[in-house]
Ligand binder design. Structure first.
Ligand code: DX5
Ligand code: ZN
Length: 214
């Protein structure tokens, strides 16, 4: 299993060092949660911050946009150094145009589905995207409980991708740690986001290694 620590749980006063710490601890990707206080009831940070911390690692920056109008900001996030940009299918932007915009910048594109959105919602876009992110909590905050009932959605997306011969990466996000990651692995998740489980651990390297075993 690939592990993407969510910087939402880091010490923002030293975000660059936190990224360096996660890099040394063996993180596969860095997960950056962008919230606009409108699409979700919380505000985090934007592209200028990503640009500043980009130099602290060479590992992929996985930028998760929880914003109402992602299309408007794709250039900003592309310029900031994102390697993967995911945005919500429940947003207000035109989905096809947003996917095309991300890909036109040479960046991997992914769609995110909230817990109440069915797996089938992404099927019509599967051949155009690189990744599907299945939320295993309601987006907005770290430290929530894992929703095990999202696992059938992961299986449904994997089955549909296999049926069409598509090589899609499936990522899960929210409440993932040692007690819940086995369920993600069994369902066919490739990359797990982990905020609290990694940042609250006494030894981040140990915590990441334990999760990567799955
Ligand atoms: C929630 C974010 C997640 C969150 C994960 O809206 O998308 O990335 O930070 O944090 P944990 O692992 O603590 O649930
Ligand atoms: Zn996230």
């Amino acid at each position: 299993m690939k592990i993407a620590p969510s910087l939402l749980s880091c010490d923002f006063s030293v975000m660059g060092q936190e990224i360096e710490r996660m890099d040394k601890a063996g993180a596969d990707w860095m997960h950056l949660d962008i919230m606009d206080g409108h699409f979700v009831p919380n505000i985090t940070f934007g592209a200028p911050v990503i640009k500043c911390v980009r130099k602290y690692t060479d590992k992929p920056f996985d930028v998760h946009l929880m914003i109402t109008d992602p299309l408007k900001y794709i250039d900003d996030f592309a310029d900031s150094g994102a390697d993967i940009i995911t945005f919500h299918i429940e947003c207000d932007s035109d989905i096809d145009k947003t996917i095309e915009k991300i890909k036109s910048r040479g960046i991997k594109a992914g769609l995110v589905i909230k817990p109440k959105t069915p797996a089938e919602a992404v099927f019509e876009y599967l051949d155009k995207i690189d990744l599907v992110l299945v939320m295993t909590v309601e987006p907005g905050f770290g430290g929530q409980s894992f929703m095990a009932d999202m696992m059938p959605k992961v299986k449904a997306i994997r089955d549909e991708a296999n049926r069409r011969g598509l090589d899609i990466t499936i990522e899960a996000d929210g409440g993932i740690g040692e007690a819940t990651i086995a369920q993600c692995a069994d369902a066919g998740v490739d990359v797990c986001v982990a905020g609290t489980a990694v940042f609250r651990a006494e030894d981040a390297a140990k915590a990441i290694a334990a999760l990567q075993k799955y």
